[in-house]
Design a protein around this ligand. Structure first.
Ligand code: C5P
Length: 215
């Protein structure tokens, strides 16, 4: 499930972020190209902004066999729309942010290998390099122990039955799917992510992505 329904307001492009072009292709196009190189992925559902379904269909058409469905107002609502559109026979799913178009296929493979070894939930992650502090009203409350912290990326992999159940029980805001599994008391395994799996959120990130592709 490729979630691509974000508005991209922090990017300021004025149209859906997933349709922004880098090196001659949309963010969705780059993601799908990686997915095509991973044979274990049987089907792809792209979750598009409700007012951008036709544009996403056009971006995908003739190049990939991917179903396109309309997303929701939050990321988790968009994921649920994607899950509903999946073939009910499938046993596992990867949820990937379209905003991470340069995620190497090795990261997909690491997540899949862990699922194949029996994990119920898997996330790729990298150690954080900044010192991270909790701040309230402009004042530092606590410095967190960096040795215990990682930055979590996508694709995140799950056994579908448990992920569907966790989404059905969801209360409150979540920023990724692994968080729902944690709340359900399910162990979330961590594999090594990649610097190239960084998320394009701000105009600076987009500039970095474009500079990288010029190399
Ligand atoms: O907003 P955030 O950076 O967390 O978005 C991560 C991913 O979730 C992006 O690929 C974005 O398109 C997707 N998303 C979505 N539906 C939303 C919000 C975000 O599919 N309502």
């Amino acid at each position: 499930v490729l979630v691509a329904a974000g508005s991209g307001s922090r990017l300021g492009a004025g149209f859906p972020k997933a349709l922004v072009e880098v090196a001659g292709d949309t963010l969705i196009g780059h993601c799908l190209r990686a997915v095509q190189q991973v044979p274990a992925i049987a089907e792809v559902v792209v979750v598009a902004p409700a007012d951008g379904v036709d544009a996403v269909v056009r971006a995908v058409a003739g190049r990939f066999t991917a179903r396109v469905v309309a997303g929701g107002t939050t990321r988790d609502a968009s994921v649920r729309k994607g899950l509903e559109a999946l073939d009910p026979q499938l046993t596992h799913v990867l949820i990937h942010d379209a905003a991470r178009p340069f995620t190497p296929t090795q990261v997909y493979r690491r997540v899949l290998a862990e699922l194949a070894a029996g994990a119920v939930a898997v996330v790729p992650a990298l150690p954080v390099t900044d010192t991270v502090k909790r701040v309230r009203d402009g004042v530092v409350v606590k410095t967190l122990d960096r040795d215990e912290l990682v930055g979590v990326q996508t694709p995140q992999g799950f056994r579908l039955a448990e992920l569907r159940a966790a989404h059905a029980r969801q209360r409150g805001e979540v920023t990724d799917d692994a968080m729902l599994m944690e709340q359900a008391g399910i162990a979330v395994r961590v594999v090594t992510g990649s610097d190239h799996a960084f998320k394009i959120t701000t105009p600076f990130d987009l500039a970095v992505a474009r500079a990288m592709q010029e190399d």
